[in-house]
Ligand binder design. Structure first.
Ligand SMILES: [Fe+2]
Length: 167
């Protein structure tokens, strides 16, 4: 018999890794339950509201040293506002109440004055939204909502490239 730290050649070798099982599990993940879906949409709504409010402030400030212009920031603000409206409409259509709150992203963003810090923070927030959308989209069965969130994901990926912090 082989010592415990050496492979026993008579034993079959296990080739499947836990990662393979995790992938299969993800593919089989069930659709989000109604309450879970509404909670997710409300977190997105609060985040987009925070983003729209932050960009509404920043797009009017001097961006000379920002490596980005106010017009670009205003366009991203408009996207965020559009997603607030869309998420609100979907939440109501699903028979629930849209959250009136603003995500904590806003208060934190308001403490930042240097543009590199602001853009890095914006990147962090938008990346979080994109990650959440990528993660949850396969579990959303409602076709209209899925199409809306898919467009929202693609737009966030586009805006992430536009607003990338230098360095
Ligand atoms: Fe956003």
């Amino acid at each position: 018999m082989a010592p415990p730290d050496e492979p026993d050649t008579d034993e079959p070798i296990e080739v499947a890794s836990p990662v393979c099982y995790a992938h299969e599990f993800e593919q089989m993940a069930p659709p989000l339950a109604a309450a879970e879906l509404i909670a997710f949409l409300n977190v997105l709504l609060e985040s987009e509201r925070a983003g729209a409010r932050v960009l509404a402030r920043w797009c009017h400030e001097d961006t000379a040293d920002a490596a980005i212009d106010g017009q670009t920031l205003a366009a991203v603000r408009d996207d965020e506002a559009r997603y607030c409206a869309g998420l609100t409409a979907h939440i109501k259509r699903l028979g629930a109440s849209p959250s009136p709150s603003t995500g904590r992203f806003y208060d934190k963003a308001m403490t930042l004055s240097a543009w590199p810090d602001r853009l890095r923070f914006l990147d962090k927030g938008q990346s979080w939204v994109a990650r959440e959308l990528r993660d949850k989209l396969p579990r959303i069965a409602d076709r209209d909502l899925s199409a809306f969130l898919q467009e929202m994901l693609e737009r966030h990926e586009h805006n992430l490239r536009l607003c990338a912090a230098p360095g």
